[in-house]
Each structure stands twice: as C-alpha cells, then as structure tokens.
Design a protein around this ligand. Structure first.
Ligand code: SF4
Ligand code: SF4
Length: 337
C-alpha cells in the first residue's frame, strides 16, 4: 500500500511518469518552500530567525510551477508550512495543476490538530511528514516547543486511525543513537512510517549534534537493516542509504552530489535551488538542470537516495511501503524538519 489516498493501480501512472522524468532529466520530486518563517527554536537551523515581514513576499500560488514541472512528488515545506493559513488553497491549486501527484507536507507538528490535518488531507495531501527525533521531552528541548513530543504522539494515532498517512522524519544525531529503534517501533505500532537522515552541521555550523561514536552508529545501522528485513514498509530509506551512513561519516563517499537532478527546491519567492542549503540560481521558469557538484556537506536523503541503485530491496520496500510511491525519501532535514 502506498498511501491511503492511492490505489495499487496508481503505480502504473506513477511508474510511467517516473520513467519519463528520468529519461528527460527532469526532477522527480519538487519541494515548494511555502515560507521560511518558523515558530520553533532549533539550535541547528536558523530559519526561525526569518523576519516576519517575509510573509508579504511569499508566493500565493505554486500551481504554475507544479504544472511546468509535473513531477511525481511534491512536498510543501519551509520553514513551517502550517504557519500559512492558506496552505489548504495552495495544496488544492497544486493538485488541480498536477493531478495524480504524491503531495506531502513536512511539519514540526506543533500546530497539527486533527481538524487542521483533516482539512489539509481533504485538500489533496497523500502524507504528513512530522519531525520527531526523540519520544520524550528531549524533542521539546531540541525544538524549543514545550510538550511537542507528547502532542505528536497523541495526534498521529488519531490521524492514522482516520485513514491519513503519516511518517516521522527522524534525524540521527549524537544524542539519539539509542532512540532510533524505539521511534521506528513506535511508528509501526501506531500505523506510521519513518524516514531517517543523518545530522550534519552545514545548516548553521552547530557541531554539537555531530555523531562521534562510529561503532555505536555501525551497530545501529545493523539493527536498522535487520529490522527492515523483517518489516518492509516502515522505514522508507533504501538499504543502500542506511548501509552507507558510516562510510559517509568516515569521509569515504566522494562521488559528486547529484542533488538538483532528481529533486529541486523552489523557495517562497519562486527561485530554484539544488538543495535547501545552496543559494537560489534563477527563477523556476528558467530552470535548466543542475550538473553534479563536488560537495560532501551533507548526507540528506535528497543527496544519498539520488545515488542509491535500483535493487531488489527497493522493490521489496515498495511492495510494503506505506509512504512514498517509489520509496524516494522526500526529506531534507532542517527544511521544516
Ligand atoms: S552534499 Fe549535495 S545536498 Fe548536501 S549540501 Fe552539498 S550540494 Fe546540497
Ligand atoms: S529545523 Fe525545521 S522546525 Fe527547526 S527551525 Fe528549522 S524549519 Fe523550523
């Protein structure tokens, strides 16, 4: 099952679109950064420092860009997208412009009530991606939002019980190596999924959360792969991505980054960039693609999964998936993560 919004036969149009986009070297996944404003206080991201006045310049609609790119998947991200009271209209207009497109919102979850979630779902979403790095108050401290983890863990089971698809976006960092499997198990127990990314300090130079215990990390990787073998469909990352986390942290991944090829980001004023941490190059209407670049600053899914080979395990993931249509993880940590 993909999302409760789609049926198995939707795999056919998704697969055709995927093949066409890859053949024509157009992005499979487009992130619409609908605002850079955020009401969290993360110490590893500076988006929350965005001036409130930026609201005046945010695009009212991303529908023309959606029609232009016609990707397979679209995320509404930020900043915190739920700060926009018109998010439902933005989503519905994009859905009309690009029908049969997987649409997801990435949120810190503090404002995700059941009625708001239902109205966003009814606007056309296929998934909520909710950031969750701990199951307890450490998550609240990390985000600067009291009671956040408890609120998320109260709300998400209500959403899945109502037929909505939810995934946790979880960043593996120094402090939560022992918390990742419990998050995965909790997600499975409440009918949600998990997408993992690795903490890097590229966003604002904060090195406090960098992973320094590589033997423990390797043990976690082994545990995650073993979990995936037994339970396909809960963790949406490819086996390849997970296997290569230790190699990335040892500095052994030297391939040029292919971000900007299968995924792009369009910022709140319509400028396009290859990944959330690179400056914008041009307006989306002038997008001509991004060549691979020698950058090793992160191991976000938009970087790592773009290099993942199409293996049998990906098809097993897809067969058991409750998340995205070809298992491409649509996360970019720090962008509303
Ligand atoms: S490695 Fe790629 S995705 Fe990561 S910051 Fe560099 S260009 Fe962006
Ligand atoms: S990481 Fe996400 S939640 Fe935290 S400040 Fe940045 S955009 Fe907001």
């Amino acid at each position: 099952m993909l999302s409760k919004r789609f049926k198995p036969w939707h795999l056919v149009p998704f697969s055709i679109r995927y093949a066409k986009l890859r053949f024509t070297r157009r992005p499979v996944l487009v992130h619409f950064e609908v605002t850079m404003r955020c009401n969290a206080r993360c110490d590893f991201c500076d988006y929350w420092k965005t001036d409130a006045g930026a609201k005046a310049t945010e695009l009212k609609s991303f529908a023309d860009a959606a029609r232009h790119f016609r990707p397979m998947m679209i995320t509404f991200t930020g900043g915190e997208p739920l700060l926009r009271p018109d998010l439902e209209e933005v989503i519905a207009a994009v859905g009309r412009a690009a029908p049969i497109t997987w649409m997801s919102v990435i949120t810190h979850g503090a404002m995700l009530t059941v009625p708001r979630a239902q109205s966003l779902w009814d606007a056309g979403l296929a998934q909520f991606a909710v950031s969750l790095d701990f199951l307890d108050e450490r998550h609240d401290e990390g985000r600067g939002i009291p009671g956040l983890a408890a609120k998320i863990l109260r709300t998400v089971p209500e959403l899945t019980a109502r037929g909505m698809t939810v995934r946790f976006n979880t960043v593996i960092k120094r402090e939560n190596l022992d918390d990742i499997l419990p998050i995965v198990r909790r997600a499975a127990a409440i009918g949600a999924g998990v997408n993992l990314s690795v903490y890097t300090d590229f966003k604002n130079g904060n090195r406090a959360h960098l992973i320094d215990d590589l033997p423990r990390l390797q043990a976690l990787v082994n545990e995650l792969l073993a979990y995936k073998r037994r339970n396909r469909g809960v963790i949406s990352n490819s086996d390849w991505y997970i296997e290569n986390i230790p190699a990335y942290l040892r500095g052994e991944i030297t391939e040029p980054c292919r971000s900007g090829e299968t995924t792009i980001h369009i910022d709140p004023v319509g400028m396009v960039r290859r990944c959330p941490d690179f400056p914008a190059d041009s307006h989306w209407s002038e997008y001509k693609g991004f060549a691979p670049i020698k950058c090793n600053a992160c191991y976000y899914a938009c970087r790592g999964e773009a290099q993942a080979p199409l293996t049998i395990s990906r098809f097993r993931d897809l067969a058991g998936s409750t998340t995205s249509p070809h298992g491409l993880a649509e996360t970019t940590p720090g962008a509303a993560s």
